[in-house]
Design a protein around this ligand. Structure first.
Ligand code: CTP
Ligand code: MN
Ligand code: MN
Length: 364
């Protein structure tokens, strides 16, 4: 019929790393709905379903204008039957019953609140939920055993669930730079994660640390953490509060970088002195620190800038299309059986045969 002969309204590439996804887009009412279903599927430990909804949302983020009719989505990748049904319902009735009932459900709300505690993942939250825990406050007077990170997470629950602004991220950057320069002069600090992609707020602040002389970066993390702990630890000053899995996790097999998922105490700068007297003078902020050898720096920046879906698709594209294996350390060519070197992100995209996507367009 005639409709089928019309060219598709939009053309979108299959992998998120093949397309530009800016921060601001025109379909937030649809993407928020699909992302809630993705989140709910993740709470149910259904990873496949969660990724499918995340991919569907991501495709809508790349469209140059707001979708009006379901027919406009013909020919787009990653839009499964379930996602299309949800989109259609929202376009026709303004909301999706499934999304709204999920949002209101006791399980979704409890899992959202419990996984919002630093150090608590889906598995722990789900176990607590089955044992009757619904809110973080239920944990305070319960028998549940909490590790050190979770205790800190509970203690700073409100702060850690308040968005970190760009100004706060910059202030944290000054502290991190001070600490790193004190223990290793000449080290270089790069803001990664959401703020590098141009976000104006985030759930944490991510940094990558390296030194131009290979090897100098070894053993840096414990020194940085120790410096933060002792040098600025006095009352009324910025300091380091707590971290997950001990202060300086030894490099694991999964990721050989030294890294530290931590909580900083950030003194408020904006409040005037009388205001400071009254209440809370500081804010707990989540900070992720990662140390990389200089030779792996380009792979580390690419791997820690995100978004998570962009990273997932980069690795999937490398494997499925190029027969290569990409991670935050290296790129391995399985056909030639060798590692491919790179000193910039541009070079890595080029080795993968991809058009370069700047960080601000990786908000997949
Ligand atoms: N990351 C990772 N391993 C983890 C956690 C995060 O490799 N255990 C990577 C993610 O793949 C992502 C980057 O670190 O590329 C940043 O992750 P995160 O801070 O969780 O997300 P952001 O994109 O920065 O979003 P937000 O603003 O909410 O922090
Ligand atoms: Mn982040
Ligand atoms: Mn992070």
């Amino acid at each position: 019929d005639k409709l089928r002969l019309d060219p598709p309204e939009f053309t979108v590439k299959n992998y998120a790393c093949q397309r530009r996804t800016p921060l601001k887009h025109n379909n937030t009412h649809l993407t928020h709905a699909l992302e809630l279903l993705a989140e709910s599927a993740a709470f149910g430990e259904n990873e496949g379903r969660s990724v499918a909804f995340t991919r569907a949302a991501s495709v809508l983020k790349t469209l140059p204008r707001s979708v009006q009719r379901i027919e406009e989505l013909r020919g787009l990748p990653c839009l499964g039957e379930h996602s299309l049904r949800v989109i259609k319902e929202i376009l026709e009735y303004g909301a999706s019953q499934e999304v709204e009932s999920t949002r209101q459900s006791e399980q979704y709300q409890a899992m959202k609140a419990l996984t919002g505690i630093f150090g608590v993942g889906v598995k722990t939250a789900d176990r607590w939920y089955r044992e009757g825990v619904r809110r973080p406050s239920d944990l305070m007077d319960s028998e549940q055993k909490l590790n050190q990170a979770q205790q800190a997470g509970l203690q700073h629950y409100k702060d850690l669930n308040t968005c970190v602004s760009k100004a706060e991220a910059d202030a944290i950057g000054v502290i991190v730079d001070q600490a790193v320069q004190a223990v290793l002069p000449g080290a270089q600090i790069t803001l990664t994660g959401g703020f590098r992609r141009g976000k104006e707020s985030g759930h944490d602040v991510d940094f990558l640390i390296t030194h131009p002389e290979e090897g100098k970066e070894e053993g840096l993390m414990p020194k940085v953490v120790n410096w933060l702990d002792t040098q600025v630890g006095q009352k009324g000053q910025n300091s380091y509060l707590e971290s997950k899995d001990g202060p300086a996790r030894p490099p694991s097999n999964m990721d050989r970088f030294e890294r530290c998922f931590s909580i900083f105490k950030l003194e408020s700068q904006s409040c005037s002195p009388p205001e400071r007297e009254k209440s809370h003078q500081w804010k707990a902020v989540r900070v992720d620190l990662v140390v990389s050898p200089f030779s792996q720096f380009a792979f580390a920046v690419l791997g820690w800038t995100g978004s998570k879906l962009f990273e997932r698709d980069l690795r999937r594209y490398a494997g499925q299309v190029k027969n290569m294996s990409l991670n935050s350390h290296s790129l391995f060519d399985s056909h030639q059986r060798c590692f491919l070197r790179a000193t910039s992100e541009e070079e890595i995209f080029s080795l993968l045969g991809l058009e370069y996507i700047p960080a601000c367009d990786r908000n997949a």
